[in-house]
Design a binder for this molecule. Structure first.
Ligand SMILES: NC(=O)c1ccc[n+]([C@@H]2O[C@H](COP(=O)([O-])OP(=O)(O)OC[C@H]3O[C@@H](n4cnc5c(N)ncnc54)[C@H](O)[C@@H]3O)[C@@H](O)[C@H]2O)c1
Length: 493
């Protein structure tokens, strides 16, 4: 299977737009095909809309963004793409016909995947040419922020195609879940539908409103689900004897039963209740506004989970490791950029970073400088693997000078100058700039000490790391020493 540089999209609605935003953000070119020419404007809008949240997902160095092109000629798309993702309406006959046609214009080593929510791959690949490279790759809305993608092979799918698809989706920051048996609805939509069916019953029977039912999830199980699934959560609910006790206690309820299996009839009354209920929940907020709120929350949740290396946070961590590895591989001698300070962090002031004056809080300056240092470490090979060998740099001294203000939404970047280093010490100077006018808004001088973490004692840095740091320092040797460096507190000029 080929190396993917250009993603081809077939159908550019909600899901096609989401795929485009994700792929472009992680440096792939996208060629999007839709039968309706007006979808070009739509997909460009969808990509622009996704960007603010995506831009805040990670500080890791990203490759340059890919370029988006649009066509109504699916053959041109199929001939140009290295990987094709189909996202046309959920109708079996339509998908079968279009997949069959597209497969005849795509080389045999181009994987063709379908975003279908519930159709099975054996049915979809029936009339395709080279069907062994076809699989279902079912994403979740918003595709650009949710990492889950269910991979399902059909009777004619080659296992290598599933592996290649998994590799590709991992590359763009996703969590491929290999579904081992093809069943209608795959795994996740079967679970989602079971819950939704019950919601429809409860609304239909006048027992609860959509708002009350959403509260029943958001304040409780929904919070747990981001970190652990229902099964592990129930294992914990059973106390010391775990799932066995849980089944003994609540198993009998399954027979009563608390839930209904058949969906209710979608009568006009039920439809009206569902629509009125969700409009009341929206409380006048537009879909776009709610999407932004959802996206900001999804970014924040994943960043917290990342600290605990759990669920989607683990996926984010793995993606960042890959991005740092790729950035370091692109520059094996360390981050030498030709006699300039290194630009290690580009970010924006997030809503949760501001204080009561609506400016970035003091401690967030420290966080951004910390991210710059983290980025420098990774560039020279002080990464997770290095830390696992019991070695790390600790910060031992820092002097921040606040010079200007940053407001919510403003772009920021940090540049870093290496002042000095030896086997144990690393002396650096960071400058924080505001993106819109390059104004210097803070400086931070830091001293770091290399330690043996088990012995909690200073130790010599790995010679390879030292050599990379040294080459950065030499590269910057002609830079003037910052006049703030080495100053004591209270010196005002
Ligand atoms: N919306 C979701 O939450 C969601 C989630 C996961 C998967 N999916 C699946 O993704 C697929 C697309 O769903 P969507 O919500 O994006 O639908 P959508 O209606 O928003 O978009 C479908 C697009 O396909 C285009 N199209 C129709 N026929 C075409 C053809 N022959 N060639 C090229 N383009 C064509 C339409 O013009 C439209 O722009 C479906 O299979 C759906 O089950 C949807």
């Amino acid at each position: 299977m080929r190396n993917v540089k250009t993603l081809g999209l077939l159908g550019t609605g909600v899901i096609g737009g989401g795929w485009a935003a994700r792929a472009l953000h992680f440096g792939l070119d996208v060629i999007a095909a839709d039968v309706k020419p007006e979808m070009e404007q739509w997909i460009r809008g969808a990509v622009a809309n996704a960007e603010p949240a995506l831009a805040r997902l990670t500080f890791a160095p990203l490759p340059p963004k890919g370029t988006l092109s649009f066509t109504t000629d699916f053959k041109a798309m199929a001939e140009a793409a290295d990987f094709i993702q189909e996202n046309i309406p959920e109708q079996l006959a339509l998908k079968q016909r279009v997949l069959s046609e597209v497969s005849r214009h795509a080389a045999a080593d181009v994987i063709i995947a379908s975003s279908t929510s519930g159709l099975t791959p054996t049915d979809l690949q029936r009339d395709m040419w080279a069907p062994e490279r076809f699989c279902v790759a079912h994403p979740f809305n918003p595709v650009y922020l949710l990492p889950l993608v269910e991979l399902v092979g059909g009777a004619k799918t080659a296992p290598a195609a599933i592996e290649a698809a998994a590799k590709f989706f991992t590359y763009i920051g996703m969590h491929p879940l290999r579904v081992r048996h093809e069943v209608p609805g795959h795994l996740t939509d079967r679970l989602q539908e079971a819950l939704w069916r019950e919601i429809l019953h409860l609304v239909n029977d006048g027992i609860a409103t959509t708002g009350e039912l959403d509260e029943s999830i958001v304040y409780g199980p929904g919070l747990r689900w981001a970190a652990m699934g229902t099964n592990l959560i129930y294992h914990l609910a059973g106390g010391e004897s775990g799932m066995r006790h849980m089944l003994a206690q609540f198993g009998p309820c399954l027979k009563w039963p608390w839930t209904k299996l058949e969906a209710p009839e979608l009568t006009e009354t039920l439809i009206d209740r569902m629509v009125a209920g969700t409009q009341a929940e929206a409380a006048g907020r537009s879909i776009r506004e709610l999407e932004r709120l959802r996206d900001d929350s999804l970014v924040a949740v994943q960043q917290v989970l990342r600290q605990y290396d759990i669920g989607a946070g683990s996926t984010l961590r793995a993606l960042e490791e890959r991005l740092y590895r790729d950035a370091a591989a692109a520059n094996p001698e360390g981050a030498v950029v030709g006699g300039k300070p290194l630009r290690l962090v580009d970010t924006v002031v997030r809503p949760e970073w501001i204080d009561y004056n609506r400016h970035m809080s003091d401690f967030r300056y420290g966080q951004v400088f910390g991210d710059a240092m983290d980025s420098l470490y990774r560039q020279v090979g002080v990464d997770e693997a290095y830390r696992a060998t019991g070695r790390m740099y600790y910060s031992v001294e820092t002097h921040v000078k606040y010079l200007g203000e940053a407001k919510v939404g403003e772009a920021l970047y940090v540049t870093t100058q290496l002042l000095d280093l030896d086997d144990k010490r690393l002396h650096v100077f960071h400058r924080l700039h505001r993106g819109r006018d390059d104004a210097l808004i803070a400086t931070d001088e830091q001293m770091h000490l290399h330690v043996d973490t088990a012995a909690a004692k200073a130790s010599a840095v790995d010679p390879v790391v030292r050599r990379k740091l040294e080459s950065i320092r030499l590269d910057q040797a002609q830079l003037p020493r910052p006049h703030e460096a080495g100053r004591s507190i209270g010196q005002l000029t």
